[in-house]
Design a protein around this ligand. Structure first.
Ligand SMILES: [Zn+2]
Length: 179
């Protein structure tokens, strides 16, 4: 039973059901931190990827950013258009759109791909129809990024966990990462 369900789910390539119906049922909505901006697109998104490059790292204030890539034509700002501010990163030929009230990154476009809009995956509370399994600039992965090492409670600090086992020896790992 489970097997047939998986087999059915896989070939998502615009199956047979009426398109209009599918589209209406698959609109997904994301929001910024303050809730002022809402952005919509259609699921499944085209792809989902992790961006380890310095630009995204800084813009998000995080080890890396995870995006869902969508056709520009399928992205709609449902609410808060007036709250949106843009930063044009001329050096990288990129444009970053964010909520001017809470600072949440909302859209990211790259000069070489004008038909694409990348939306931070984290804006969507639910599923987007794609697994984030692609990486861009993986060579820039930071050695302080959390890679899923086992954690356990830190004594005396409720809610704080500490990594139990050390990762690969630092001396060895250091050579793998660019700064
Ligand atoms: Zn906001």
């Amino acid at each position: 039973m489970a097997k047939s369900a998986v087999a059915k789910a896989k070939p998502e390539k615009a199956a047979k059901p009426p398109k209009a119906k599918m589209r209406a049922a698959e609109v997904i909505s994301g929001a910024c931190l303050c809730g002022g901006v809402e952005i919509e697109t259609d699921a499944p998104v085209f792809w989902a990827w992790h961006d380890h490059s310095a630009g995204s790292r800084r813009a998000h204030g995080a080890a890396y950013a995870t995006y869902v890539g969508c056709w520009k034509s399928k992205v709609r700002v449902a609410r808060g258009e007036k709250l949106l501010s843009r930063f044009e990163d001329e050096a990288r030929s990129q444009m970053r759109t964010f909520c001017s009230r809470c600072g949440t990154p909302v859209m990211f476009t790259r000069g070489g791909s004008p038909k694409w809009v990348n939306i931070p995956r984290a804006l969507f509370a639910g599923r987007t129809g794609r697994e984030a399994k692609y990486h861009v600039a993986i060579g820039e992965l930071q050695d302080w990024a959390y890679l899923g090492a086992p954690v356990g409670p830190l004594k005396g600090y409720p809610g704080v966990m500490v990594e139990k086992a050390r990762k690969a020896p630092r001396a060895k790992a250091g050579g793998l990462f660019e700064v």
